[in-house]
Design a protein around this ligand. Sequence first.
Ligand SMILES: [Zn+2]
Length: 112
Amino acid sequence: MNQKEMDCKSAKKLIPVFLKQRLSGSQITKFTDHMEKCAQCKEELTIQYLATEGINHLENGTSFNLDKELSAFIKAAASARKSRVKKRILFAAYETVALLIIFGIYVYVYGF
Ligand SMILES: [Zn+2]
């Protein structure tokens, strides 16, 4: 097995953490990758998701589409991860521009 891939034991341990949205970015990627491939862990995730989210829905009296909502939850987690990466790249770009401006001002004021 690829070392970078998550095994079932650690995936199952992370299910409650995932549902509380407390996984770190790299953990989310490994976790959702594992859930896509492993039916057993997906089933466990579904049960725990139902236990936490389903109760809220029962209390609110709203209808509940388990499959749809769980896959939306996983997608949201995965895309939150992607947008965090995008923000980091954007920040690095701003930093480079800021440095160029500072350098430009320095050259303008003091010359070479
Ligand atoms: Zn598994």
